[in-house]
Design a protein around this ligand. Structure first.
Ligand code: FES
Length: 103
């Protein structure tokens, strides 16, 4: 069955490094909860054409994780917490304006 078209993809780094690794990792900093919140809001509000969350490997800026990247906008967010997700959905994914304080 074909998937419906989607306006944006939200890539969430789900990289996990061993405990004590000097770089740390986004999962260690709470990325799984951020991804879950993106998925929950999408389902609760029926935003299937607005965005699709995608779990990825390391996106690069590990120090500032959890890292997420919104495409095709090429907007990158760091230090995202689950409680930031509602604002990202409202302001960026629905409103089209990046949440500057998290970029
Ligand atoms: S571990 Fe998430 S950006 Fe590298």
């Amino acid at each position: 069955m074909p998937r419906p078209p989607v306006r944006r993809h939200v890539f969430v780094c789900m990289n996990r490094r061993p405990p004590g690794h000097p770089k740390g990792s986004c999962v260690e900093r709470g990325a799984a909860e951020v991804l879950q919140r993106l998925q929950d809001i999408r389902i609760e509000r029926g935003l299937f054409e607005e965005y699709r969350p995608v779990a990825t490997g390391c996106l690069g800026p590990c120090d500032g994780g959890p890292t997420i990247a919104v495409f095709p906008d090429d907007t990158w967010y760091g230090g995202v917490r689950p409680e930031d997700v509602e604002e990202i959905v409202e302001t960026h994914l629905l409103g089209g304006r990046p949440v500057e304080r998290l970029t």
